[in-house]
Structure formats: C-alpha cells, structure tokens
Design a protein around this ligand. Structure first.
Ligand SMILES: Cc1cc2nc3c(=O)[nH]c(=O)nc-3n(C[C@H](O)[C@H](O)[C@H](O)COP(=O)(O)OP(=O)(O)OC[C@H]3O[C@@H](n4cnc5c(N)ncnc54)[C@H](O)[C@@H]3O)c2cc1C
Ligand code: FES
Ligand code: FES
Length: 485
C-alpha cells in the first residue's frame, strides 16, 4: 500500500496539506512558525498551563465532535485527518468576534493577555459542545488554563455570559473531513537531528497493521494520547527513531457493558469514560474528573496510563482494587492477566515483545462490592497524586468476605496492601481489626519521599484513608449493627 508523507487536515475551515519538518514536530511548533497563526502561545510545553489550547474536530458519523487539546504535546501527525481550530479561526468573515471572545472583552477577562487565547479556546470548546454555563462546569473546563494575572473571576463571568450573545454561523466542515478520509494513510520518513539517521512515524488504522509494524519495528514507541510521550519529546528532548501512533485504530477505542462486566479498549480516553464510570463507581468517576485537566482527559487514554507503569498513575490502584484484568495482544495470541501482575518493578511491566495493551476488563463482581477511592494531591485539579487509595470491600452482613485494597504513590509500583487486607478479611472491620490493619500497612509499604510528599506523610495519609474507607463502608460505624465499634 502506498502512503502519504503529507499531513492533511482542515485548518480554520480550509484544507491544509503540510510537509512536516520532522516526525517529532508538534502542532504548536507548526502554528508558531506560521506568521498568521501565532495567537496560540507556548507557556510550559508540557500540557500544564493551557496557553497552547486549540480545538480539534473529529468526524463521528455525520457529525463533528470537538474537544480542546494542548497543541504543545500533540504531534502534528496526530491531527492528520482532523479539523484544527485556533484562536484565529473564531471571528466570522465580517470580523465579528465570537461570543466567547466578545464576552471576555465585555467582562474584562484579559489582563496581560498571554493566557487569553488558551482560555478563549477552552471556552470555545465548551460553547461548541453546549455544556452548561454554571460556575462548576466552567471551572472543570478551565482547570487546565492558568492565568498568572489571576483574572479567573472575570473569565468565569465571561463564560457564564457567553450564551447570551447572538449565536454565530458555524462553518460546516463535514464534507472537507470526508474528503480527507479518502487520503492515503500517513507514514513519515524524515532525517533526524542526526541527518544520517532516518526517523519514522506510522499511523496504522487497524490492529493487523499495528501487529505487523510492531513485528517489523520491535523498538518502536507506541504513541497513544501522547500526554506522557509528548513530554519525552518536549522536555527530555528525546529522539524516538520509530513512533507508531495508535489513535486511528478504532478497534482499540470502545467501552461495552457485558454480562461479565465492563470491557474497555486501551485507547479509550478519560473524557469518554467519565459518565458511565461515574454512574457505576462515583469515586472512580471523581478521580477521572481530577485526572489532569480537560485537555489532558481529552487526549490521555486508560491504556496509556497503565502501560506507562508510573507508581503515581491514578488508574492502576483503582483497577487493581476492582479486580480488573488486562488483555495483552500480539500477532496471533491474546493473554489475560490480573492487572496487579502487570507491574513487576519500577519501570518494568509484564509486556512481551510485540505485545500491546488491547483492553481492560472490570468484572461484574466489583459492582456488588462497596468501592471507595481518594486522590490526595497538593492541588485539587491538574496535579499528580501524592497518594491514591482504592478500597473494594464485600460483606456478608457485617463480615468482610472479600477485600482488595491498593495504593498508588506508596511503592515503586501501584500495589495491593496484602497484609492490611489479611488483617481485615473475615472480621467485621471493627476497631480492633482496623487497628491491626492500620499497623499492617507499615508491613506492606515503605513509601518514598519526594517533592510531592514525605514518606511519613504518605504513610499517615494511607492510614487515614483506610480509616475513612472502613468508616464509610461499615455497618459497625454507621450504627446499623450491634457490633462493637
Ligand atoms: C499536565 C498533565 C497532567 C497529568 N495528570 C495526570 C493525573 O492527574 N493522573 C495521572 O495518572 N496521570 C496524569 N498525567 C499523565 C498522563 O496524562 C496519563 O498517564 C495518561 O493516561 C497517559 O495516556 P496517553 O494515552 O497519553 O499515553 P501516551 O503518553 O501516549 O503513552 C504512555 C506510555 O504508554 C505506552 N502505551 C500507550 N498505549 C499503549 C498500549 N495500548 N499498549 C502498550 N503500550 C502503550 C506508550 O508507549 C508510553 O510508554 C498527566 C500528564 C500531563 C501532561
Ligand atoms: S504550553 Fe503550556 S500547556 Fe501547552
Ligand atoms: S491575563 Fe495574564 S496570564 Fe492571564
């Protein structure tokens, strides 16, 4: 099959065909080098500040779905086949500002102005998706946009007022996006920083293609949402000789409720998970809501969080506690393992040559249990956990018949608290059992100390969360049983 070396996308309503400078070029680098597109700013280049926020449109049947993303950690190649809207694309032909922009002007929502294009674009995505204009919804939308002049009050006021302006005419880009779908698949071969080395990038559209590519390029880096890998490029300045983008493989992006439980494709993004998960496990949903920011949740995937193997990733402890399994696939074979067995030691996961995370399964049994989880971090939004505790308890009347407790941030890998679980199993979780379980946590973990938290703090928090979980679950503490507390 022949491939295209050009990246094709709709840019502010016009078809764009771009020869990338190299396989690592980000969308932000492309925009900043374009004389008419410098409204999008670079603040941090690591997905934190939101100054680079743009909106991406993606064809979904007869409609286009819009989401805000950070252009700084988005490869230009990731927008192939998509629509890109930057702050320059919002005014109408007569020069009339978009309601979001006009509201920011009218409510004095811009001071030094550096962060403003990012706020405009986050609010624009909110507007396009017709999300509610109450303060909490707007705060969720804007949690990934920092304004160092602290103009948040006027910015929120502008957001609350934006639907009151006359609605602008939207450009219909469906036909352009359909046109792009007919393009040849993307493959880039470009000289690296060292011109004697060729760097390659592939964008397979099926798992068969992915498996063949992984076989042919065993050292290739899989690139899902790019919210971890993007920083390897922008912060570590790593050169990746071969990258395989996963976002065009539709069979990796799904969420199904089956008689056995939930079956979730590895490429399912946080923002696609939130609603269903929140309905089933509100605490799990709340952790997703606090994972990164809107822009990060619109890019980051469940599979990426797991495969990355970070000891402070938010999903693994929760999934361990819920008894989830991973489907690991390579050409011709699947294997399914409990997720806790995937994490072997720091930075070492049970992923064999040619294998990738295909899906995550959460068993139905977890739905019968009491699940609680808390993320402890310095900032409420857009912060990495110091400690995350996840607790899944099953009771037969007072008695705890099954218990799965896992923590992130307490060891070199996300890990079950086995001694603590043992101290609780077959007890009614009363004060004596809880005291033993609390002590047992010190057998389970020797937490690390770093800039997020000291080791003592981590242990104290873990013990407090254990108490909180037991108290919020227990008939003993809730006064529903005759047992001693
Ligand atoms: C500003 C910011 C805030 C963040 N906040 C949080 C937070 O609050 N909580 C949190 O847990 N994380 C956070 N992260 C980290 C990151 O967003 C998550 O880990 C995210 O889930 C990674 O998913 P991704 O799709 O972007 O993965 P990528 O960055 O694309 O990939 C991550 C790793 O997984 C591998 N990989 C990806 N998919 C697969 C697959 N299917 N099979 C095998 N290997 C695969 C990649 O090769 C790479 O090694 C944050 C990151 C940023 C930049
Ligand atoms: S430049 Fe800060 S999030 Fe992109
Ligand atoms: S207006 Fe100055 S940083 Fe936001």
């Amino acid at each position: 099959m022949t491939h295209s070396q050009q990246i094709c996308f709709v840019l502010n309503g016009q078809m764009a065909r771009v020869d990338p400078t190299d396989t690592h070029q980000t969308l932000l680098q492309f925009l900043r080098a374009h004389p008419d597109l410098t409204g999008t700013k670079e603040g941090c280049a690591e997905g934190d500040c939101g100054a680079c926020t743009i909106v991406i449109g993606q064809l979904d049947g007869a409609e286009v779905q819009y989401r805000a993303l950070n252009a700084c950690i988005l490869l230009l190649a990731q927008v192939d086949g998509r629509e890109v809207i930057t702050v320059e694309g919002l005014q109408d032909k007569s020069g009339q500002l978009h309601p979001v922009q006009q509201a920011l002007v009218d409510f004095h929502g811009s001071q030094c102005g550096f962060c403003t294009p990012g706020f405009v674009m986050s609010l624009y995505a909110h507007y396009r998706n017709q999300l509610p204009a109450d303060r909490q919804s707007l705060k969720n939308t804007l949690a990934g946009n920092l304004c160092r002049c602290t103009g948040y009050g006027p910015i929120l006021a502008a957001g609350q007022a934006m639907y009151g302006y006359e609605a602008p005419e939207q450009i219909d880009t469906v036909s352009l996006l359909r046109e792009i779908q007919k393009q040849k698949p993307l493959q880039l071969d470009a000289p690296g920083i060292d011109p004697t080395q060729t760097e390659q990038l592939f964008a397979p559209t099926s798992e068969d293609e992915l498996q063949d590519l992984m076989h042919a390029h065993p050292d290739a880096v899989l690139w899902a949402g790019g919210t971890d890998t993007g920083l390897w490029v922008t912060k570590r300045l790593s050169r990746l000789p071969c990258v395989i983008l996963l976002h065009k493989i539709e069979s990796l992006n799904f969420m199904r409720e089956t008689p056995d439980g939930y079956h979730i494709g590895a490429m399912t993004r946080y923002s696609q998970l939130t609603q269903q998960i929140t309905e089933k496990w509100p605490d799990f949903g709340e952790v997703i809501r606090r994972t990164g920011s809107t822009q990060i949740r619109n890019a980051g995937t469940l599979g990426g969080n797991i495969a990355n193997g970070s000891p402070i990733g938010d999903m693994p402890p929760i999934l361990i506690s819920l008894g989830a399994t991973l489907v690991l696939r390579k050409k011709g074979s699947d294997r399914e393992i409990p997720i806790e067995d995937f994490f072997i030691e720091y930075s070492k996961q049970d992923l064999r040559a040619g294998e990738y995370v295909q899906a995550i399964k959460i068993p139905n049994s977890a739905a019968q249990s009491q699940f609680t989880s808390w993320k402890i971090s310095k900032r409420f939004d857009q912060d990495i956990s110091a400690v995350l505790g996840a607790f899944c308890l099953t009771r037969d009347r007072d008695k705890i018949t099954d218990v799965r407790i896992a923590f992130g941030g307490m060891a070199a890998i996300p890990k079950r608290a086995s001694a603590c679980e043992k101290a609780l199993l077959h007890t009614n979780g009363d004060a004596t059992a809880l005291a033993k379980a609390t002590k047992a946590l010190a057998e389970d973990f020797t937490p690390m100390a770093d800039m997020r938290a000291s080791d003592q703090y981590r242990m104290q928090v873990a013990q407090s969360l254990l108490h909180k979980a037991l108290i919020s679950d227990s008939p003993v503490y809730l006064g529903k049983s005759g047992g001693a507390a």
